[in-house]
Write a protein that binds this ligand. Structure first.
Ligand code: ZN
Length: 495
């Protein structure tokens, strides 16, 4: 038995090494590589992905995992969980022909450059052919699994186990019914809180503030860095090398600040996974919904609270002196202005989920054959008009704004909405244990990080989202707290 386990450990080590190499290539491609390098790097990513695929689908390795699974009662907790996860992963991956797997990996690596080029030209048509291919591959890969379940629901499950379109349809419907009337009330008030926080700030100052804020939250720069990219993201080479990006826009100085806080939430999670999991496949987030709960928690519940600004305003003034003439309340209201806007990552908390709905309905429509990729700009604009009452003037403001589809992340967007729901449940539980408001006012963000670390981060993938959330809150995912939170917060801001 122990012999099998040690062979297993060797194989996992190899697999993790390949994943780290892939992460480094991906990092280079998205942050530094010149356009001329895209093609070769994409090929390298394709080749290395194939190696990782071959390792996972190798007959002897599968047999080994299956044997360990049969004897799982004699494995320790960590090994058992790894084997259970691998059994499911292998099931999904082994049905894909190897050449298709490699081509798809290469395609998604290449697609990001094409997406960027389409953005430069503000023309979706440049991106459409490759996007079509990505969607087709995803449909095909799901079909290979040979399950009866709805195609899109199966994709959703890859990011959040147990999720399906019935649950999400119900969730979004509820949310729409609660948010839209509140939005209408707010709109009637025609208040402008944002005018006061509109100013220009140099990229240099924004960069310095991003670093400061990440340190303030507890991100460890001995084990992480922050850089720049078209679309902010977090990438983990391993738990001692966690890399974040943000994006600096001189006329929107709060954009980089909140992107950095968001990615910081992801980064702190990755850095907080317990050391004993480092050499295992469990050194990862529990699910994408839980991952986004951490980033959205830091970004909104912490970062957009009045207490946070009480604790930090004088420090932020060192970088953004324009804030000196404003009160904490004015900054707080400014950053929480409700606005029917075009760009998801800039959206306020109230309208944010409507942005997710647009993407959810589009993905569902394409995966189930209702929509065509070519018609996406038009469908996108119609849905934005319907839910948010705004219309993009070009594709960059519309269908080309998110990087996700170019990376093959289809079914990912609902993770943000789930993350919002989880984040409020987590917040409610945290308040019972520690004085969150006091910690924010005193700048003791470490207390918050430690609580999250103990309850969520350290477990990595060892616990499922359900186990984590029930353990913390005593109940499973429940959107009522999130809806209540939004109502209370915005009724207070808008009287
Ligand atoms: Zn995120």
């Amino acid at each position: 038995m122990r012999d099998k386990v040690s062979i297993f450990r060797e194989k996992i080590k190899e697999k993790k090494m390949l994943d780290s190499m892939l992460a480094l290539l991906q990092w280079d491609l998205e942050t530094q590589a010149p356009k001329g390098g895209y093609e070769l790097i994409s090929k390298m990513i394709g080749d290395l992905s194939l190696k990782s695929y071959e390792l996972t689908t190798n007959k002897e390795f599968i047999k080994l995992v299956e044997n360990l699974y049969k004897e799982k009662e004699s494995l320790d907790e960590i090994e058992r969980k790894e084997v259970e996860i691998l059994i499911e992963d292998i099931e999904k991956i082994k049905v894909i022909p190897s050449d298709e797997y490699r081509l798809y990996s290469e395609l998604t690596a290449k697609a990001q450059g094409i997406w960027e080029h389409a953005r430069e030209k503000k023309d979706f048509k440049i991106f459409a052919p490759v996007l079509k291919e990505i969607f087709e591959y995803n449909k095909k890969f799901i079909k290979y699994r040979g399950k009866d379940e709805d195609v899109y629901s199966q994709l959703l499950c890859d990011y959040e186990k147990g999720m399906n379109i019935e649950k999400l349809d119900k969730f979004f419907e509820e949310l729409k019914n609660e948010i839209v009337p509140l939005l209408k009330e707010i709109e009637l008030q025609k208040r402008d809180f944002q005018g006061k926080i509109k100013f220009q700030e140099s990229k240099e100052k924004q960069k310095e503030l991003s670093k400061f804020i990440l340190k303030y939250l507890g991100f460890d720069f001995q084990r992480g860095i922050i850089s720049e990219s078209t679309h902010p993201f977090t990438l983990t080479v391993n738990r001692n090398d966690v890399r974040l990006t943000t994006k600096y826009i001189e006329e929107l100085p709060f954009s980089s600040l909140y992107s950095s806080i968001h990615e910081g939430g992801h980064g702190i999670y990755e850095q907080g996974v317990e050391n004993v999991l480092e050499e295992t496949i469990l050194a990862d987030g529990s699910s994408m919904g839980i991952h986004e709960s951490q980033s959205r928690f830091y970004e909104n519940i912490i970062g957009r609270s009045e207490e946070f600004w009480s604790g930090i305003k004088d420090k932020v003034e060192n970088y953004y002196p324009n804030l000196k003439k404003l009160s904490v309340k004015e900054v707080y209201k400014g950053i929480n202005q409700v606005e029917k806007s075009l760009i998801r990552v800039e959206a306020d908390e109230l309208t944010y989920s409507l942005h997710i709905m647009v993407r959810y309905e589009i993905e569902k429509g394409i995966m189930n054959g209702k929509y065509n990729v070519d018609e996406l700009p038009q469908i996108w604009n119609e849905k934005m008009m319907e839910y948010l009452g705004v219309e993009p003037k070009d594709d960059v403001e519309g269908v080309l704004q998110d990087v996700h589809w170019s990376c093959g992340l289809i079914g990912y967007f609902p993770s943000y909405a789930l993350g919002n729901v989880y984040s409020v449940q987590i917040y409610e539980a945290m308040k019972k244990d520690i004085n969150v408001e006091g910690a924010l006012e005193r700048g003791e963000l470490i207390k918050i990080k430690e609580w999250l670390g103990e309850k969520i981060h350290k477990y990595g993938k060892l616990k499922t989202p359900k186990e984590i959330i029930i353990n913390i809150c005593g109940e499973d995912l429940n959107s009522k707290y999130y809806i209540e939170y939004l109502k209370n917060k915005y009724r207070e801001i808008y009287n």
